[in-house]
Design a protein. Sequence first.
Length: 94
Amino acid sequence: MDTFVHEGQHESDLLARRIALPTLADDNQRAFAEARAFRREAEYAHANNLTGTFAYRFNAIIRDEPETALESIITSYGLNVGDDEFRSILGELQ
């Protein structure tokens, strides 16, 4: 279920023009989009007590170690994000 929330956040952000189409997005934009989607997925899992999911555990990482959470997202997608952009995107997780 949390995957639906993740993808739904992407759809909502696309419709609101908060993020670029994936085919047009650079690494910074992709990292921003994924940070928003993973944050929403984690919030959903926590709010619905989905304790057996990665998203539930990731919620604690986002809360306690947002830099680690963002670095994990960036690394998992193989993105190249500069320091200034990293700090800007980090605001999406806090």
